[in-house]
Design a protein around this ligand. Structure first.
Ligand code: ACO
Length: 428
């Protein structure tokens, strides 16, 4: 039998503690520090730079090498050969479906895309100018009030039904938030379309006109969804897991993930990147803007990543898609696109960015593609949420299915006041 490897921790009071080492199938080994709390010792790792919060079989990332695998399959292969629903099946179930399973899954999801009609009335409570992400947090959370028959999280069948409902209904809710925002009628889903075609139909069609999806644009959005489907324990997924660890229902957990995704350091980056390009305005202003970044006045949005210290493999795929879409739409000479390419060139050659390993990330290119597809900037993060829903629900499901699962509860290093006595208000 192989000997258990250990890491030895020696404290300044002379105590020495042996901590077991754990190995995964890929990636670095980890030190199991579980036992430390029994000795009254905690580790300090704000922002989780060095802490694995769980075991997972879903997604693998090697940031140094720029690798991303879903269930072992490289993201480039999936983006090239697969479609979004097949990737969803893979993430949720662990393996690619055979032809029959694929057909069955597609039919199942297609037949769950309508939302409870009463949910449509929920929208009227929002101001017309509400940010669609605010609407998403509210409406997705509200699903728990409509689908009581699938809320027993300990029942695998209930969990499967909730997963199907979330996957199928989040795009409908997202498109409705857009239609509400622009004052157009909601478009009900159409089963003759594929998942992505249907989403584009609900976003862009009106009852007045026939809608014919453009295959290049459908493929581009399909890729955006595939590339954003999961990314192991990122901020929003960790939020979903932490919310779920208390036993909260999956609709509420996914709503918490949407809230976490909203921030500009995470899912809001594609919106922020495009706003930045608009702010720079002209290629002649790029040098001055980059100098401001180096002087740390602001960050270059759509650049850098906590884990990737090499080109993000999703960014390489998205870059290719970006060129395809702009060519299809005849936008190669678009002012903003040229500006983006000038920034990309600087970031890939300037020592400031090279030393800090700051490469363009997937959101830099997806922002440009989404704009070209005619998706308004305030919907960019919503699109990310539509793609990421399957990741959130797969990770949540994996956690709940784990028999040893416990409520997540980080500790802290307290640096506040020591004990002190209450002072009456007239004596302060
Ligand atoms: N522009 C300029 N400088 C940057 C950027 C950036 N986008 N990102 C990091 N840096 C610099 C920092 O100033 C720091 O420099 P220093 O060593 O001189 O102090 C160094 O790079 C390291 O930065 P950290 O903040 O420690 O890196 P961290 O891993 O915490 O940040 C993050 C990662 C939040 C993604 C960051 O790169 C960032 O803010 N990027 C812009 C927002 C963005 O595009 N987010 C999308 C992430 S991808 C996704 O969610 C799908």
């Amino acid at each position: 039998m192989e000997k258990q490897r250990v890491a030895t921790l020696t404290l300044d009071d002379g105590r020495s503690i042996e901590l077991p080492m754990m190995s995964g199938t890929l990636g670095p080994d980890v030190i199991d520090i579980h036992g430390l709390s029994k000795l009254g010792i905690f580790t300090f790792d704000p922002a989780f730079f060095s802490t694995a919060s769980c075991t997972s079989e879903i997604t693998f990332i090697d940031g140094e090498e720029g690798l991303l695998y879903y269930r072992g399959y490289p993201i480039e292969q999936l983006a090239k050969n697969s479609d979004f629903l097949e990737v969803c099946y893979l993430l949720l179930n662990g393996d690619l479906p055979n032809a029959e399973q694929k057909q069955e899954f597609n039919t199942l999801i297609t037949h769950h895309t309508m939302v409870h009609d009463q949910l449509a009335r929920f929208y009227n409570g929002f101001r017309r100018d509400a940010h669609p992400m605010a609407v998403m947090v509210g409406v997705v959370g509200a699903l728990s009030a409509f689908y009581h028959d699938s809320l027993d999280i300990n029942n695998p069948q209930h969990r499967a039904v909730s997963a199907q409902r979330l996957l199928a209904k989040v795009p409908t809710i997202a498109a409705m938030s857009h239609k509400y925002n622009i004052g157009e009628p909601f478009m009900y889903p159409k089963n003759k379309f594929t998942f992505v075609e249907n989403f584009m139909y609900m976003m862009f069609a009106t009852p007045a006109e026939e809608y014919v999806p453009n295959p290049t644009l459908v493929r581009a959005l399909e890729r955006i969804f595939i590339l954003h489907a999961d990314h192991e324990q990122n901020a929003s997924t960790s939020t979903v897991r932490l919310a779920g660890s208390s036993g909260a229902n999956p609709f509420a957990c996914v709503a918490s993930g949407i809230a976490a995704l909203w921030g500009p350091a995470h899912g809001g980056a594609n919106e922020a990147a495009l706003k930045m390009l608009e702010e720079i305005g002209d290629i002649s202003n790029v040098d001055e803007y980059v100098q401001g970044v180096k002087d740390k006045k602001y960050r270059l949005m759509g650049f850098g990543h906590r884990v990737y210290k090499n080109m993000d493999p999703r960014a390489s795929v998205m870059r290719e898609t970006c060129y395809e879409v702009l060519k299809e739409l005849g936008l190669e000479n678009d002012k903003l696109f040229k500006l983006a390419m000038a920034l990309e060139k600087i970031a890939l050659s300037d020592p400031y960015f090279i030393e800090r390993k700051l490469y363009p990330n997937v959101d830099f290119y997806s922002g440009i593609v989404l704009r070209a597809l005619g998706i308004p900037t305030n919907m960019f993060t919503v699109i990310f949420a539509v793609g990421r829903t399957i990741g959130w629900i797969s990770q949540w499901n994996e956690m709940i299915a784990d028999k040893g699962q416990k409520i997540g509860r980080p500790r802290q290093l307290y640096i506040g006041e020591k004990r002190r006595d209450y002072v009456a208000v007239n004596q302060r």
